[in-house]
Design a protein. Structure first.
Length: 139
């Protein structure tokens, strides 16, 4: 069995963003040479997420509104975590809802997706460098 590891780095100019990272993960898969196996993609920061869904701008706006309704950024005083001097408690909660990472099957050298599925990096406390781990195992 072969193993491949790469870090993807992101530094969003905004506090929150959704970025389709499917092309970068596909490039990693090609680079790995693995034809059958599994791809793990996970955020390496506790205020960011990796998830699978449709690449549709309306859905992304819906996510933004929904997440802000679940865990509004302001007032920042509403969160105990922010008493540590941070202002990102909402980002931790949003990450918990959206998930840390995903696993995708690799079949015949391709990501084995259902219709419309794409991999996204979700940023909830941006404006600084953060990384995503891509780990591929297989033959």
């Amino acid at each position: 069995m072969k193993s491949y590891r790469k870090e993807l780095w992101f530094n969003t100019p905004t506090r929150r963003a959704f970025i389709n990272i499917t092309p970068q993960v596909e490039a990693c898969l090609r680079e790995s040479g693995i034809r059958e196996g599994l791809v793990l993609v996970n955020a390496m920061h506790i205020t960011a997420s990796v998830f699978i869904n449709d690449d549709e701008p309306g859905l992304h706006r819906d996510y933004e509104r929904w997440l802000e309704g679940l865990a509004p950024h302001e007032p920042i005083e509403q969160y105990d975590h922010n008493r540590t001097g941070e202002d990102n408690a909402d980002a931790h909660l949003k990450r918990q809802v959206m998930g840390r990472g995903v696993v995708v099957a690799v079949t015949e050298g391709r990501l084995d997706f259902g219709p419309w599925e794409q991999i996204f990096y979700g940023e909830f406390d941006g404006r600084r460098p953060k990384r995503v781990l891509v780990k591929i195992i297989g033959e």
